[in-house]
Design a protein. Structure first.
Length: 415
């Protein structure tokens, strides 16, 4: 076990750190672009929503292709290509202007992220076994999310002072600087360690096995809806702050503008999420099952979303944002667990592939719809109110049902 851990630590940590560095520019855009869109050469606010979504739409058809490529080229080659493309697009945010140029940049970033994410998953699978795979997958996710944290925080603080171009170019240079680390330190003998897709798995995918179970269909549909809803505050937080608190807010004695405050709040979320997610996951494994906690988290999210778009007193508004963030962590964690429970009744590979595509699609739809609504008077309020209604509806759909003996559904019960 110790030997296996030592063998896995180097490549998994390396890929996670490289992924974190490549995420700096992408994460920065979620707090910066809604305010500084004119500096990017954009002409309308709806273009921001499209740009924050197009990389996700590009990923939808790419995942099977990326897997096919990784089966035919060394893992290092795919990762080197991913880092190069990621650095190129990040620097491009500072060098290019106009909607068309940025549309190409965001599409290329979608390719880079697909290569990075698939490369990370393949690395974890190749250098782990059943006794430690969860640990290394958690380590990979936790480390690369630090890149999102740093991008949002540094971008929110630096862009208002220095401007978008120099910060984007600097982030691109940081990502490019990680390229030699892959070439030098990534083990070369990875081809034989990467598992090929089994014939049974491919057959299950072709058969669309997830259609066979109502529980699976429900989980996939809910995953799409929740991913769409959760992407709204990530994409529009700085816009909400700017609309309701144009002069900024005072936080811990410091006056922060909309972009900086959004960066700080998103950073708080990304800092706390790994710890909270583990806690919520353990709670849902208890004797009462996942559904009571899941439904309660959905109700809390509905309340937070209903309050967040209004110009409340600062303390009340920050409390609403905190509710949205904490409930969002719980909802996302428990939704993944519910989908995993449903997958046990069918082909795990087919179900989780369908679930992943659905969540990617939802994440792509959310920013585009919210920014389309934001262009109308009261559009942000309508967007958040609609999200609150949908969260409440999902909570009713997943309300715990008592069995004949009076027990509440267990974690693995059909949903």
């Amino acid at each position: 076990m110790k030997k296996d851990a030592a063998v896995a630590k180097k490549p998994v940590t390396l890929i996670a750190v490289v992924t974190a560095l490549c995420l700096l520019g992408d994460s920065m855009l979620y707090v910066v672009l809604p305010i500084f869109w004119r500096e990017a050469g954009l002409t309308a606010l709806w273009q921001v929503g499209v740009l924050l979504s197009v990389n996700r739409f590009v990923r939808l058809p790419l995942n099977p292709l990326i897997g096919w490529l990784y089966n035919r080229m060394p893992l290092r080659a795919g990762l080197i290509a991913a880092v190069f493309l990621g650095a190129l697009t990040t620097a491009g945010y500072g060098l290019c202007r106009g909607f068309a140029a940025w549309l190409v940049l965001r599409a290329v970033w979608g390719v880079a992220w697909s290569l990075l994410r698939m490369g990370g998953y393949l690395t974890v699978i190749a250098y782990s076994d059943d006794s430690n795979r969860g640990h290394w997958m958690g380590a990979f996710n936790g480390i690369y999310r630090i890149g999102s944290l740093a991008g949002m925080l540094l971008g929110g603080l630096l862009v208002p002072v220095l401007g978008l171009p120099p910060v984007a170019i600097a982030f691109g240079a940081v990502a490019l600087a990680s390229l030699p680390a892959i070439a030098v330190f990534m083990p070369k003998g990875d081809a034989e360690r990467r598992p090929a897709a089994s014939a049974a798995s491919l057959a299950a995918l072709r058969e669309n096995a997830w259609h066979r179970s109502s529980a699976v269909r429900k989980a996939v549909a809910t995953g799409l809806a929740i991913a769409m809803l959760q992407s709204v505050p990530t994409a529009t937080l700085s816009l909400v702050i700017e609309a309701n608190y144009a002069g900024g807010l005072v936080l811990l004695g410091y006056a922060l503008g909309g972009t900086a405050l959004a960066g700080v709040l998103q950073a708080v979320r990304w800092t706390c999420e790994p710890l909270l997610a583990a806690r919520f996951g353990r709670l849902s494994d208890g004797p009462r099952g996942r559904l009571p906690l899941f439904a309660g988290s959905l109700v809390a999210a509905a309340v937070g979303f209903a309050l967040m778009p209004w110009p409340l007193p600062p303390a009340a508004w920050l409390a609403a944002v905190l509710v949205v963030m904490v409930s969002g962590t719980a909802v996302t964690t428990l939704m993944d667990a519910v989908a995993s429970d449903a997958a046990r009744t069918s082909s795990v590979v087919a179900v989780m592939t369908a679930y992943s595509v659905a969540t990617d699609l939802g994440s792509a739809i959310g920013p585009a719809v919210s920014y389309a609504l934001a262009g109308w008077t009261g559009g942000l309020v309508s967007a958040y109110a609609g999200c609150a209604v949908l969260f409440a509806a999902i909570a009713v759909w997943y309300r715990p049902r008592r069995r004949a003996g009076g027990d509440i559904d267990a974690p693995g019960a059909a949903v």
